[in-house]
Write a protein that binds this ligand. Structure first.
Ligand code: ZN
Length: 151
């Protein structure tokens, strides 16, 4: 990755970390789960509202943590809307591969290409847990699990 690209990615992460999208609780949520990454201190709750067809009508989160976990949650909640649970889970798999480096150079679908700004975490194994925590929590919510921990 070039230094220029790295800097650009960094900026996007910091911007999302400072102004996270969909940062609120949801009374209407039909699924929710709590995620905890003790290694870094990231904690969040992911709220999902599924519509009658079972697709994600709304996604939001609340929590505190490092810029990477907050930025990842912010981007994830933007991307999930309108997707089926299976699509959401398959996106998690793709994202996880990208973050762990197994999918280096992985092709992301165009509408989720922005997740690539988080791909730099693959160089920092402890940061992978920060980036993937919101996604683990989202999958836990879909599976009706109340709580997950990266430990
Ligand atoms: Zn973190």
């Amino acid at each position: 990755m070039s230094d220029e690209l790295r800097e650009l990615y960094q900026e996007v992460i910091l911007e999302h970390g400072k102004n996270p999208r969909n940062f609120h609780a949801s009374d209407a949520a039909t699924k929710e789960a709590r995620g905890n990454n003790p290694l870094c201190g990231d904690q969040l709750v992911v709220y999902l509202t599924l519509d009658d067809g079972g697709n994600v009508a709304d996604a939001s989160f609340l929590g505190k943590g490092c810029a990477i976990s907050m930025a990842s949650a912010s981007m994830m909640t933007e991307i999930l809307k309108g997707r089926s649970p299976n699509e959401a889970k398959s996106l998690f798999d793709t994202f996880h591969e990208m973050c762990t480096g197994e999918g280096e150079g992985i092709d992301l679908p165009e509408d989720v290409e922005k997740l690539r700004v988080l791909s730099g975490v693959r160089e920092f194994p402890t940061r992978v847990k920060c980036a993937t925590l919101p996604w683990h929590t989202m999958v836990a919510a879909l599976n009706d699990e109340e709580e997950i921990s990266t430990e």
